[in-house]
Design a protein. Structure first.
Length: 202
């Protein structure tokens, strides 16, 4: 994990690159420069990042849920530890996650990233944590394979002000289904993406 100062340097770079692209051209340019894509909660301005760096404040907290997952992506790195197989990690309880979010809030964090480690929506404490982030006036960014998103789930995520990032490798249905090891995944996720746009997620 990056130290605060190092991570803020990274955010500073992202904000600088983002400032160069302030209209729909970012979608075209992002084909060659992926960091030009952003979502609500990861859209810090150059000034905000510079200020946080100067004051040694957090802007964003990365937090994994459990490693429960129901696809079989061949590139998945959900192991005890990606680089050291002897390290044993312990799952945080929902209460511990909430305390950690509160601490990050006190340090200035405005966003909580949930990149994994498994599928966040399958974690038993998911909704309690997402609701708590919202009550703290912070933004959740949920990384999900999308298979379990439906209108009811999307309505709740929208209510709690969350952003969604879909883990989607290719729109070639045959290739996508092969990558994740689940026939029908692509067709389902394509429908989910339409729902996401319908609800106004960015």
């Amino acid at each position: 994990m990056l130290e605060n100062a190092e991570y803020n340097n990274f955010l500073l770079y992202k904000a600088y690159k983002r400032r160069q692209v302030m209209n729909n051209r970012h979608l075209e340019l992002a084909k060659n420069n992926i960091e030009l894509l952003w979502v609500k909660g990861d859209d810090f301005t150059l000034e905000e990042v510079a200020s946080a760096k100067k004051d040694n404040r957090m802007l964003l907290l990365d937090m994994d849920f459990s490693d429960v997952y129901d696809l079989h992506c061949y590139y998945c790195d959900r192991s005890v530890d990606r680089f050291n197989k002897d390290v044993k990690k312990q799952k945080l309880t929902t209460e511990e996650r909430i305390k950690l979010i509160d601490q990050a809030k006190e340090l200035g964090a405005r966003t909580v990233n949930f990149p994994g480690a498994g599928e966040p929506l399958l974690d038993e404490g998911f909704w309690e944590v997402i609701e708590h982030v919202h009550k703290c006036n912070m933004t959740s960014i949920v990384f999900t394979h999308g298979y379990h998103l439906n209108e009811e789930v999307l309505e709740k995520l929208y209510k709690f002000g969350a952003s969604i990032v879909i883990k989607y490798n290719t729109r070639d249905f045959e290739k996508q289904d092969k990558i994740v090891g689940k026939v029908g995944d692509s067709a389902r996720v394509e429908e989910v993406i339409k729902l996401i746009l319908k609800y106004g997620f960015t």
